[in-house]
Design a protein around this ligand. Sequence first.
Ligand code: ZN
Ligand code: ZN
Length: 178
Amino acid sequence: MSSSQFEHSHAPSDEAKHGTHVGGCLCGQTRYNTKQDPLWVTICYCRFCQQATGSDRMIEPIYDRAPFVFVGQAPKVFELTSQGSGKAVQVHFCAQCGTKLALTFERWPDRIGLYSGTLDDPAALVVTPETAKHIFTSEARPGTILPAEFKTFDRHASENDGSPIEPKIFDMPFALNG
Ligand SMILES: [Zn+2]
Ligand SMILES: [Zn+2]
């Protein structure tokens, strides 16, 4: 799949060539450039993420919002209210092919979360116990295996007021609900 039309009109910097800094949709019409490394990676098993991905989890690198830019055709935005926080969440998706690219949040206006499969090089995403956490394990599919050493949370990693919640960390890979 070619994205050359965008590369020609927006000369990529060295930074922008980095596989976790750039990505786009299936048809190539909507692309993005994060201009930075992710702050951290959230792996979420909640029902919202299941529906929003059409799969069993969302692997979501979180970036600073300000330097992030969409390139090419602007995405369409679907907004809904989070049942947990009562705050709005926006899903950004390609109007032509329907690929979902990003989430933005009323609750965290200075952040943007990406659908990691849209990165040009998703394998370059660093997912380690230092960079990533697993959340909403209480809503995960039966048999989901949580890796050892990672911080895991039954639901959110922090309270609505921002205070942290104690994680569960397993010594061995742990299968949820047998
Ligand atoms: Zn598209
Ligand atoms: Zn979720």
